[in-house]
Design a protein around this ligand. Structure first.
Ligand SMILES: [Fe+2]
Ligand SMILES: [Fe+2]
Length: 351
């Protein structure tokens, strides 16, 4: 237990130092002037402070005010030593935050008993603080483990969908990364950006319910087949929406709204403008960018330049103008993600 002693009277300071030294597990840290204490902070480490009330240059109360400017000292027990038995002085000491005061000249027996009690109090406080910080760390660890598991479940569900159509699998991963870039460029919170990055890959999960004859058809879909294909939005929202997990809730919101259009001509509900969830408005652009820049059984890949012209031209029609603006600013990041994905494809095809 480290005991800070501050007293300008050398004889008194020597006596207090000896008394603290004589106590088990107590180490005195003595200062003759308040200035010395100020200079030693904030590195100064102590558990209890015993401060002379009347000192030249700075009173004990003024010194205490300086000490308490540092958060780390605010819960330390402080005791004033004073020759003044005046009630106003004692009130000022307590008002400044002292837990106790001792009269000068100090009675050695009383001093040792008081310090022993305070040391027990400081020890209990330290243990409580250690326990609180241990508990906080454990809760944080448990929350992050839980979140990690949620992410893994989402990732594995996305993988499962990818087995039905490998191209859909890669598409969903890219849409997650593009959506996160657009969300960052939009200035959304870090949590929302990482969440949309994890949840967006599930936007087409409802395609597991679409018959292979329609999902994998290389020619143009008939009107009836297109209507069947459109069902993936609602099915995806149904699959994910019943979960209590906030990440899966977000994934459900995205699955159900990524084919809505700003002008209200989308599906499945024909929502328009700000009635469409922001997550859906962002993923709609990421989805469209990826769908156009990759070849599909029924079409060639568009060039990046043609795709950008198309998306910017759809601002205020198919897409939210603010999200298009965010997309425009995120294009350099999106193109580097696209290049990294293509490099991985090359590695995969060589392997
Ligand atoms: Fe979709
Ligand atoms: Fe998609």
């Amino acid at each position: 237990m480290r005991i800070l002693l501050v007293d300008d009277n050398k004889t008194s300071l020597t006596l207090l130092t000896k008394l603290v030294d004589s106590l088990d597990h107590c180490l005195p840290i003595a200062f003759e002037t308040p200035i010395g204490v100020l200079d030693a902070m904030p590195e100064l480490d102590f558990d209890i402070a015993i401060i002379d009330f009347q000192m030249p240059w700075m009173t004990g109360v003024e010194l205490l005010a300086e000490i308490f400017k540092f958060e780390k000292y605010r819960d330390k027990p402080i005791v004033f030593v004073t020759a003044d038995t005046d009630l106003a002085t004692r009130m000022a000491a307590l008002d400044a935050g002292a837990v106790d005061f001792l009269n000068k000249p100090v009675n050695p027996t009383e001093f040792k008993l008081r310090i022993r009690n305070l040391a027990a109090l400081a020890d209990a406080r330290n243990k409580l603080a250690d326990r609180a910080s241990w508990l906080r760390e454990e809760v944080e660890k448990a929350v992050s483990e839980l979140r990690e598991r949620e992410r893994e479940i989402i990732y594995r569900l996305t993988l499962a969908a990818g087995y039905k159509d490998p191209e859909t699998g890669r598409h969903t991963v890219r849409v997650g990364a593009y959506s996160e870039s657009i969300a960052r460029s939009y200035g959304l919170s870090e949590k929302f950006c990482t969440d949309i990055g994890v949840a967006a890959p599930m936007h087409d999960i409802g395609k597991v319910a679409i018959p292979d004859a329609v999902l994998l058809k290389s020619g143009k879909l008939t009107e009836g087949e297109f209507a069947q294909m459109q069902r993936h939005a609602e099915v995806g929202s149904d699959i994910l929406g019943k979960s209590a997990s906030s990440l899966l809730q977000l994934a459900a919101e995205i699955a159900g709204s990524h084919h809505e259009r700003w002008d209200g001509k989308g599906y499945p509900y024909g929502l328009a403008g700000l009635d469409i969830p922001l997550s859906g408005r962002i993923v709609a652009i990421a989805d469209n960018f990826d769908a156009l820049t990759t070849p599909r059984p029924y079409k060639e890949a568009w060039t990046v330049s043609d795709t950008l012209t198309h998306i910017l031209g759809q601002s205020g029609q198919q897409f939210d103008p603010d999200c298009v603006e965010a997309f425009k600013n995120a294009v350099p990041t999106i193109l580097s993600i696209m290049d990294a994905e293509r490099d991985m494809d090359c590695v995969r095809s060589v392997a």
